[in-house]
Design a protein around this ligand. Structure first.
Ligand SMILES: [Zn+2]
Length: 93
């Protein structure tokens, strides 16, 4: 399964199933994501493809040939506060 998150432009608008572009303190572009149960988390341990597909490690993304195999087969985001665990695509990334 793939979960598609809808983009919002401000953290104040972050609602279940949406994401918002943010930057880490180091300036890295990443996303704040709100799981379907309303828990907000920052995808700081993730690498995000131009397509918006989020991966847990940068190592995976660096291997271009393996990305196609992994998309849709590996759940990429797990919520620490509930059972949400899915392959997440950030629509509008
Ligand atoms: Zn959750």
């Amino acid at each position: 399964m793939t979960f598609t998150a809808t983009r919002v432009d401000h953290l104040s608008q972050l609602a279940p199933g949406t994401w918002c572009p943010v930057k880490t303190s180091g300036g890295k572009r990443t996303a704040a994501f709100c799981c379907p149960n309303g828990h907000k988390l920052a995808l700081t341990a993730h690498a995000i493809l131009p397509t918006g597909q989020a991966f847990v490690t940068a190592d995976v993304v660096s291997k271009e040939t393996e990305v196609g195999l992994l998309i849709g087969t590996v759940p990429s985001v797990s919520c620490p506060k509930c059972e949400f665990y899915d392959s997440v695509v950030l629509k509008g990334w």
